[in-house]
Design a protein. Structure first.
Length: 349
């Protein structure tokens, strides 16, 4: 009998690693589909960083940084290249993760054959539909969701391309109809994948957020499937109140679509970082998602400051030497209790 209790004690002592505590574990145990991260080729090539990226305890979803964008998947007309994206997708799936595939139609990251092609309306529609059909078909069955159209709205609520600054060749050539056309093509190519509109500065009630509500309604009015709105959530320390975040999320879910934070980071200057405020803000944003039943997940736009895209900032959950920051622990706590402690119920022993 003593041997039996000794064996049980060893089993309990070693149960935590088996259960795998982490951001994604807690997110999934408490109602979210995933807690995810953006992953780049640079991370895959860094053994220490990639070891963190592979931890499905922390991450249940990947988003490719640039590897699945137009310029990389169709660098010349009707000639497709998938090696960069495949590498990220294969690692995600082999580690039991889902893919948020990103993105199909954006005004940036376009090859010169598009931007300098001087295509007419009909030709550019054909090019766009062909691109979407080929890329989505290649990844069919491997993407939980696609960011179909990315950043189509200005801060003032007008379509990008209605003025000359940061113009969208898609809008300038095709008009707003390019958006439902893109969604229809993507949905036809992979009926099982969720189809998202993705944008920044739409995380709180605003003119731009209202325009995105109208964009969703416009796509729906054509009888075209749109399943979600991705809120990029690029913040600086001192992020918006949770009440404002929740109000915006609900404005979208009231349309019958799901929502997700798709590119979360919270900047704090590397010269005088405020990691305490950053930690508070990460918990606030994650908590907003938890309050909205159709908020399915949170993706951070990179997990380590070593590979941040924001110059002069330290916006991520791991530092430049791959150590966990206060924001990691505040996010972990917000997502729920330690499953090992929760499952153990050690007071009974």
């Amino acid at each position: 009998m003593g041997f039996l209790f000794a064996a049980l004690a060893v089993l309990l002592a070693t149960s935590s690693p088996v259960l795998g505590d982490g951001l994604n574990t807690r997110a999934q145990r408490n109602g979210l589909k995933y807690f995810g991260t953006e992953v780049s080729t640079a991370v895959l090539n860094d053994a220490a960083a990639n070891a963190i990226a592979k931890r499905n305890e922390d991450f249940g979803s990947y988003t490719a940084e640039y590897e699945m964008k137009f310029a990389y998947t169709e660098p010349s007309r009707n000639s497709f290249s998938y090696s960069l994206g495949d590498r990220i997708v294969n690692q995600a799936l082999s580690n039991g993760m889902v893919m948020r595939c990103h993105n199909l139609v954006w005004y940036q990251s376009l090859p010169t054959w598009i931007t300098s092609g001087n295509f007419d309306n009909a030709t550019l529609i054909s090019i766009m539909v062909n691109h979407i059909t080929n890329v989505v078909t290649h990844y069919k069955g491997k993407c939980y969701a696609w960011d179909v159209v990315n950043e189509a709205i200005y801060a003032d609520g007008t379509y990008r391309g209605q003025t000359s600054a940061s113009a969208s060749i898609w809008y300038k050539t095709i008009g707003p109809a390019y958006i439902p056309i893109a969604f229809a093509a993507a949905a036809a190519a992979d009926p099982a994948a969720k189809m998202y509109y993705n944008d920044y500065s739409i995380e709180t009630p605003s003119t731009k957020a209202n325009a995105v509500v109208n964009l969703v309604k416009m796509v729906q009015s054509y009888g075209v499937r749109i399943d979600g709105v991705g809120l990029q959530a690029h913040f600086s320390a001192g992020a918006p109140s949770q009440a404002h975040l929740v109000a915006a999320l609900k404005a979208y879910t009231d349309l019958g679509v799901e929502v997700a934070y798709t590119e979360l980071d919270i900047s704090t200057p590397s010269s005088v970082p405020d990691f305490a405020q950053q930690a508070t803000d990460y918990a606030t944003v994650v908590g907003a998602c938890q309050q909205v039943s159709r908020c399915v997940g949170v993706t951070v736009w990179g997990f380590t400051d070593k590979y941040t895209w924001i110059v002069g900032s330290l916006p991520d959950l791991w530092n430049t030497t791959l150590g966990k920051k206060p924001a990691y622990y505040s996010t972990l706590a917000q997502l729920g209790p330690d499953p090992a402690v929760d499952d153990c119920n050690c007071a009974e022993f």
